[in-house]
Design a protein around this ligand. Sequence first.
Ligand SMILES: [Cu+2]
Length: 310
Amino acid sequence: MRQGQIGAQARHTIVARGAARLAKGAAFVSGLVTTAAFAQVTPDQVTEGMSHSAPGQLSMMQPATPIATEMQFFHNVILLPIIIIISLFVLALLVYVVYRFNETANPTPSRTTHHTGLEVAWTAVPLMILVIIAIPSFRLLTRQMTIPTSDMTLKVTGKQWYWTYTYAKDQNGGFEFDSNLLDQEKLPADKLRLLDVDNEAVVPVGKVVRLQITADAVGVIHSFTIPAFGVRMDAVPGRLNETWFKADREGVYYGQCSKLCGKDHAFMPIAFRVVSEKDYQAWLNTAKAKYASNAGPVTLADASIPAQRQ
Ligand SMILES: [Cu+2]
């Protein structure tokens, strides 16, 4: 009697603890959404869950561009409910079959092998579900792949194992620089481990940035990824891939190489600083002087610029 009581109590505690954890998770997620939507941000701001993943984060990274917002909508509002409904439906069918048609409950099984109506239904219904998913999916894919009239072009070259950013000469640039992971042994307290770099790429806020992505001509395939921008594109030697983003808010956004590219694959992070147009022009001027020695014959459409380290 007494034991039963304790058992019930323990169960109750476990359930309560689980509920508390769930509530905490929900508060955390809604907190992230609020931060994303209303917080005043400065160019220096690193937002957990958006700039990089927050500890214990379950959902996708919060979006910082219209495309990333659409991707989240597609995943959270269209795909997820469909997946959940299908999974529950299949589970319910399985449970029903196990209980209703086991040997005890149904000693003489039916001899049916074909049922035209059923077969048409279980082909047509999934087909219709796929069509329903395909329409918004292809629409989003088209939006991703169609580069709108761009305000600036930035060339990104994946190397072993760091990134090089090239700013076009006809866009007040004409320089390139390498972006290397900071020395992890002497990492300053305000820097992020395995994410912060010595030279960040800087782009203006609210502008369409066309990215030309390639890899070192004598190198390997990398993949340029910034989750908050909804951008992922392979960097392939000898091939110039293009994609775009338009960052809606200032701040620092991180990404990582997303294609296994060799021994330092985990140590070639991507860091983009989004600043106001005024700050961007100011940065261009200082960067031009800072990276003057990297001026070289910089051509944006040339995918085979030789490796060049600072
Ligand atoms: Cu890589």
